[in-house]
Design a binder for this molecule. Structure first.
Ligand code: 4AD
Ligand code: MG
Length: 468
C-alpha cells in the first residue's frame, strides 16, 4: 500500500523529500501564478494542501470530489498549514498531477459544509463529505476501545446468530425471514417460523454457561413503527452476559466502568479518538462534546434510583409545576421517553440508573425481587438513562431457577415451545447470572451530541426508509 494521509501525518516525512499522494479533491483554487488543491482520503480529518505551479498544470477536470494522484515535494507549510506539497513543474520536472476519476456536473457535494438532513438524501455520497466521515472513524475507534476493554476484563467476544426462532423480548416486533428458494411440499426453509433477532441475549446466556463472561456487538432488528430521533429498525447492540452475578449493582457498576473507559480514552485522545471529532465539528458542537465528556468523568458514581423512587420524583416535579409532561407518570406504567429525558437531562443532568421496574413492564426472563413494599412485584433490572436520549442500556438479573422461569412463561401465556432449549438449561448446572444490552448508535449519539440517531450509522433503516 502507498502511504495514506493518516500515516503521513502520524510520522511526517523529512522536509524536501519526494512524496506521492492519492485521494479526492475537497477544494481547488486557481490564481494568476499558482493553484491550490486540497486532497483528503478519509483516513483522517486532515487534508493535504498541494501548491501547483504553474497553475496551468491543474487540469480543468479537477473539481470537488474528483480523485487525483500527485507527485511532489513535501515541505514545511506557510501560515496555518503545517505542511504542504509543492507540485512545481517550473523547478521539478517530475512534479505531476493526474486526474484518476472525474466528477459529472450532477455531483451533489460542494466544498461547503452540508446539513445532515441534506446528506441523508444522498446515501451513496454522504460519507464523502469530509466532516460527516469523522463519525464513521469515531465509530470504528469506539468499537476498538470496547474490544480492548472487554478483553482486559476476561470476556470472550462471541458471535451469536442473527436468524432465530425465538422472540427474546416478547414484544412481537420482529422481521420475518423468508427464503426465495422454492422448497418441495411448500415447506418453509427452516421448517419453522424464523425471524431476524431483536436481541441475542438468549443465545448469549447459553455461551455464558460455557465461557462465564461473554459479549457481542451484533446487528439487531426491530419492526417498531415509531420514527423518532433515537430509533432504528436495524441497529447494533452491544450485549454482555456475566456468570455468578446476583446483584443489580454489580451490573450497573460494570456498565458505568465500561462507558467511563471509552470516555477516558476520548478525553486523553488515545489514538486520536477525541481530536478527530473535535476538529471536524463546529466550535459550539466541539464545546458541547467536551463538556459532556468532562461531566461524565467528574461524577464518581452516577446516581442510581429505583423505579418507585423515579415515579415519586416525576410526580412530585409534575405536581410542583417543575416539569410538564404529556403523560402523567403512574406506578405500574413504563417510563415514557419524556420522563426518561427529564430525569437524566433536567433532574440529574448526567446518566442515572433506574432499577427494579414492575414485573409486568419487563420481559419474561428477568429475576423477580423478594420485595413486598411495592404495589406489585418488581424485577432485578435496570435502565441507564442519559440526557437528550433517555434509555441507553437495558439489563437485568436473569431468572435461573427452572420452576420460577417455567411458571412465569406459563403465566404470561407465552408459546413455550420455541423456548424449550432456553428453559432446559436451568435444569443443568444453572447459576445466577445477568447482563445488559446497549444500543451502540445511542452511545455514539450521546458521546457526539448528535441530534438524530440516523447520523451515526452509515445506512440508516427506519420505517419507510431503506434507501440504497
Ligand atoms: O432494552 P432492550 O430492548 O433490551 C434487550 O433487548 C435485552 N435483551 C438486552 C440484554 O439484556 N442483553 O434493548 C437494549 C438497548 C436499549 O437500551 C437501546 O439502547 C437499544 O438497545 N435499542 C435501540 N437502539 C436503536 N434503535 C432501536 N429501535 C432500539 N431498540 C433498543
Ligand atoms: Mg429496554
Amino acid at each position: 500500500l502507498s502511504r495514506c494521509i493518516n500515516d503521513i501525518y502520524s510520522s511526517p516525512p523529512d522536509s524536501n523529500t519526494r512524496i506521492s499522494l492519492q485521494g479526492w479533491v475537497s477544494g481547488a483554487r486557481i490564481s494568476k501564478n499558482v493553484a491550490f488543491v486540497d486532497i483528503f482520503d478519509g483516513t483522517t480529518h486532515d487534508n493535504v494542501k498541494c501548491v501547483i505551479k504553474p497553475p496551468s498544470l491543474l487540469p480543468n477536470t479537477v473539481k470537488t470530489g474528483s480523485s487525483i494522484e500527485v507527485d511532489g515535494i513535501w515541505t514545511e507549510g506557510r501560515g496555518k498549514q503545517k505542511y504542504e506539497v509543492q507540485v512545481d513543474n517550473t523547478k521539478d520536472p517530475a512534479a505531476k498531477l493526474r486526474v484518476v476519476g472525474e466528477v459529472d456536473d450532477l455531483y451533489p457535494l460542494l466544498k461547503k459544509r452540508h446539513t445532515d438532513q441534506y446528506l441523508r438524501t444522498i446515501p451513496e455520497y454522504r460519507w464523502r463529505a469530509a466532516d460527516a466521515a469523522s463519525i464513521l472513524r469515531f465509530r470504528s475507534k469506539v468499537e476498538t476501545s470496547l474490544v480492548n476493554f472487554f478483553d482486559q476484563h476476561s470476556f470472550t467476544k462471541t458471535h451469536p446468530p442473527i436468524m432465530t426462532s425465538s422472540d427474546c423480548e416478547g414484544a412481537g416486533e420482529m422481521f420475518k425471514v423468508e427464503s426465495s428458494t422454492k422448497l418441495g411440499n411448500n415447506q418453509t426453509f427452516f421448517g419453522k417460523e424464523t425471524y431476524l433477532t431483536v436481541s441475542t441475549q438468549l443465545h448469549l446466556e447459553v455461551l455464558c454457561a460455557a465461557l462465564s463472561r461473554v459479549w457481542t456487538l451484533t446487528p439487531c432488528f426491530r419492526a417498531e413503527e415509531s420514527d423518532t430521533n433515537r430509533h432504528l429498525s436495524e441497529f447494533w447492540m452491544l450485549e454482555a452476559e456475566m456468570a455468578f452475578v446476583d446483584k443489580v449493582d454489580q451490573l450497573t457498576k460494570f456498565s458505568e466502568m465500561m462507558i467511563k473507559d471509552v470516555v477516558q480514552k476520548l478525553v486523553s485522545d488515545t489514538d486520536g479518538m477525541g481530536s478527530n471529532l473535535l476538529e471536524s465539528a463546529t466550535k459550539d458542537h466541539a464545546e458541547a462534546m467536551r463538556k459532556r465528556w468532562e461531566l461524565l468523568l467528574q461524577q464518581d458514581n452516577w446516581a442510581s434510583i429505583t423505579y418507585t423512587e423515579a415515579i415519586k420524583i416525576l410526580i412530585d416535579a409534575y405536581e410542583r409545576g417543575q416539569a410538564s409532561f404529556q403523560y402523567i407518570p403512574k406506578w405500574g406504567e413504563s417510563l415514557r421517553s419524556e420522563h426518561e429525558k427529564w430525569l437524566a437531562g433536567e433532574h440529574f443532568r448526567n446518566p442515572v440508573f433506574v432499577t427494579d421496574y414492575p414485573l409486568e413492564e419487563k420481559a419474561f426472563y428477568m429475576k423477580v425481587n423478594d420485595d413486598d413494599s411495592t404495589p406489585a412485584p418488581t424485577v432485578g433490572c435496570y435502565d441507564l438513562l442519559v440526557p437528550d436520549i433517555g434509555e441507553l442500556i437495558g439489563g437485568s438479573l436473569r431468572e435461573h431457577e427452572f420452576e420460577k422461569l417455567s411458571t412465569e412463561i406459563r403465566r404470561r401465556k407465552m408459546n413455550a415451545e420455541p423456548l424449550e432449549w432456553y428453559l432446559a438449561q436451568r435444569r443443568n448446572g444453572t447459576f445466577p447470572h445477568g447482563g445488559f444490552g446497549m444500543g451502540f448508535e445511542r452511545l455514539l449519539q450521546y458521546l457526539t451530541c448528535t441530534e438524530n440517531i440516523k447520523d451515526v450509522i452509515a445506512f440508516p433503516r427506519t420505517v419507510n426508509n431503506c434507501l440504497c
